[in-house]
Write a protein that binds this ligand. Structure first.
Ligand code: GDP
Length: 657
């Protein structure tokens, strides 16, 4: 099983992970004790230092089920990394603090889980702390998050040091409880058999209920809820049992060609780059090679490792569905897709960078050190999109919000000793085609070269991304060149004719030919850029701007003023909802307008209101509100320069290898 663990910072994810590892590993330690060698002490030290829980992925076994627990960072502003965690998990544990309840981060994760139909279970932690309310959390899960839940446990002695979680169902059906009724109602809503029972006033059998819960949970339709106190190690065993009972196991398709996704990279002094991968198909062995389409190279696998109960061990092979670490293969970055990439499920985005900012070292002498530090950070967190504009001596990164600049600032200060400042963030726009258009590209001079193609570009629905198809047979353009074309399309769309990433388009290769003698590897890459750019020019494009989804809660008194502000900021507002004398307002607001609103909002509501902002979507930008950006680097429309530049770069690559 590949299970991601998600939580808001401080909710207790680290403690829970440690508990799971300890509890599931205990049987093995007992084995050692039987053999006369007690390892419990060293385990204790390991626990104290928390070494084990730092790993990106921990392997453990529970009742003969092998579980990879995949860690994800908790900070909202580093969500792209959480998103990569999601890509490699088949199921999730969402940890919520019984004191803080559902938070903005919970919403983002929950939405991403739902979008991908990833089954999940909730663990409400810290029931021992003052201010904890399990009931309130259940209410929020159901009513605020809109989750279909099934409560497995109830909390006793809440808010006290000896708080405990006990099964709700131990004495079912003798003992009634409102939470039991609600859980059965929820299950009935999604399952006909239970619904029939319910309508006929029959009491469903416990086995039947839990079996149905397992079926529906594995489909992602309902989520079991457990509670406990990680500090007291309470609720851990029930959590392990629930994981193997209600969450799905990984698909296995070992027969297919190998494909893998790099979800995390780290540096190790002794071993170099450690690339954490999940296999989606096939088998990977040491001494195999696997293709890295991003770099257009083969990566040789000299060594593989895997975590086993908090320690890494060498392995000879990794099978489909499992995770492993590729050791020392330079050139791999977080987010890389390897091998037969069509077997890897597509990415969904939780949060994306909608702004860029320039970073400057306060002390000019640190410029080079800063560029090195950012290069290193970018390998670990590629969503920073670090862009080193050497000619202008400028360093640019992508960010999600102003808070992220603070995190990066302190990271650079603490880890690298560099003091930095940021320029005012710039909005990142996108562009999408307006009309259907076609374009020809003939790259046949100066010889040797040959790549002839005709592309069509069509606008597609908002949010549909980029799709590509080829209508040209392999007889006309060889399979290897068609691969080159397919892999180049996303790169060619990184900058459109207005300088921004192109989205919402369908691209078709409608005609073309290679040449048995003259076509060389790389010709179709070069020509695809030219053809796509020409097609975009023919189609014309419109600008899209990022919108934030907002949710505001405040006293009725402020409704007038807040609605007025929102209207001025070009917001789209849904009708307000009232509860007591407070209102809730939801809608979408352009990111460019909302940058400084939270400060103003706090002062209007005197700190008593809540404003939650997260990325909503990209939508068409009214004429005049957005900005075009100059093309960066050599523009493929500048044909002769482009060919010269590309051939030069190609030669440089050849020299390197
Ligand atoms: P993370 O940031 O989500 O990884 O949370 P940690 O596991 O590091 O926990 C954050 C803090 O909360 C630590 O000081 C823990 O000791 C404490 N903590 C975690 N779980 C519990 C719990 O169940 N009860 C109480 N009282 N404290 C807890």
């Amino acid at each position: 099983m590949n299970i991601g663990i998600f939580a808001h910072v401080d909710a207790g994810k680290t403690s829970i992970t440690e508990n799971l590892l300890h509890r599931s590993g205990s049987s093995r330690i007992r084995g050692y004790v039987d053999a006369g060698t007690s390892h419990s002490d060293s385990m204790d030290i390991e626990r104290k230092r928390g070494i084990s829980v730092k790993s990106a992925c921990l392997g453990m076994s529970w009742k003969d089920v092998h579980i990879n627990l995949i860690d994800t960072p908790g900070h909202t502003d580093f969500s792209p990394e959480a998103e990569r965690g999601l890509r490699v998990t088949d199921a999730a544990i969402l940890v919520i603090s019984a004191i803080e309840g559902v938070q903005a981060h919970t919403f983002s994760i929950w939405e991403a889980l739902k979008k991908r139909h990833i089954p999940c279970l909730f663990f409400i932690n810290k029931i021992d702390r003052a201010g904890a309310s399990y009931e309130e959390c259940l209410h929020q899960l159901q009513n605020e998050l809109g989750a279909m839940i099934f409560t497995l446990q109830t909390a006793v002695n809440e808010e006290q040091a000896d708080a405990d979680s006990i099964s709700l169902w131990a004495n079912y059906p003798e003992q009634a409880h409102p939470l039991i009724e609600r859980s059965i109602e929820n299950l009935a809503e999604i399952n006909d058999v239970i619904m029939e029972c319910f309508l006929e006033d029959k009491i469903p059998d416990k086995e039947e209920l839990l079996k149905t819960l397992a079926q529906e949970c594995k489909k992602g339709k309902i989520a079991p809820v457990l509670c406990g106190s990680a500090k007291n190690g309470n609720g851990t065993q029930a959590l392990l049992d629930a994981m193997i009972s209600y969450l799905p196991v990984a698909d296995e398709s070992n027969e297919l060609p190998v494909s893998a996704y790099v979800f995390r990279t780290e540096f190790s002094k002794n071993d170099g780059i450690l690339a954490h991968i999940r296999l989606f198909s096939g088998t990977l062995k040491t001494r195999d090679s696997i293709r890295c389409p991003r770099k257009n190279t083969e990566i040789r696998i000299s060594r593989l490792m895997k975590d086993s109960g908090g320690k890494t061990i060498d392995i000879e092979e990794v099978n489909c569905g499992d995770t492993a670490i590729i050791v020392g293969s330079t050139g791999l970055s977080t987010g890389d897709e390897l091998g037969e990439i069509k077997n890897i499920p597509e990415a969904s985005s939780i949060n994306i960078s909608v702004m860029t900012t320039a970073v400057k070292a306060k002390n000019e002498a640190d410029y080079y050190a800063l560029s090195q530090a950012l290069t290193e950070l970018n390998t670990q967190e590629s969503s920073l999109n670090f862009d080193w504009r050497r000619e202008e001596k400028e360093l640019h990164i992508s960010i999600l919000g102003k808070i992220q600049t603070e995190i990066i600032e302190s990271l650079l200060h603490d880890k690298y000793g560099i003091a930095v400042e940021f320029e005012e963030p710039q909005i990142v726009y996108k562009e999408s085609p307006v009309n259907i258009a076609e374009a020809d590209v003939r790259y046949t001079m100066p010889k040797p070269c040959w790549a002839v193609m005709r592309f069509r570009i069509e606008p597609t629905e908002e949010g549909s991304g980029i799709t590509y198809e080829s209508k040209v047979s392999f007889d006309k353009i060889h399979r290897k060149y068609q691969n080159e074309i397919q892999e180049t399309i996303p790169k060619a769309l990184k900058q459109g004719i207005r300088g921004w990433q192109v989205c919402d388009a369908h691209i078709t290769l409608i005609d073309g030919e290679d040449h048995e003698v003259h076509s060389r590897p790389g010709d179709f890459i070069l020509a695809t850029h030219m053809g796509i750019m020409q097609a975009l020019k023919n189609a014309e494009t419109k600008l899209l701007e990022p919108l934030q989804a907002f949710e505001i809660k405040a006293d009725e008194l402020f409704l007038g003023q807040i609605s007025g502000d929102l209207n001025q900021m070009r917001a789209q507002i849904e009708p307000p909802q009232f509860e007591g004398n407070r209102f809730t307002l939801k809608g979408l607001i352009p990111t460019s307008e909302s940058l400084d609103y939270s400060i103003k909002f706090q002062s209007i509501t005197k700190g008593k209101g809540s404003l939650r902002l997260r990325f909503g979507k990209y939508a068409e930008c009214p004429e005049g509100s957005g900005k075009d950006r100059a093309y960066r680097g050599v523009n493929p429309l500048d044909r002769s320069q482009w060919i010269l530049h590309h051939r030069g770069a190609f030669k440089a690559d050849e020299r390197q290898t």
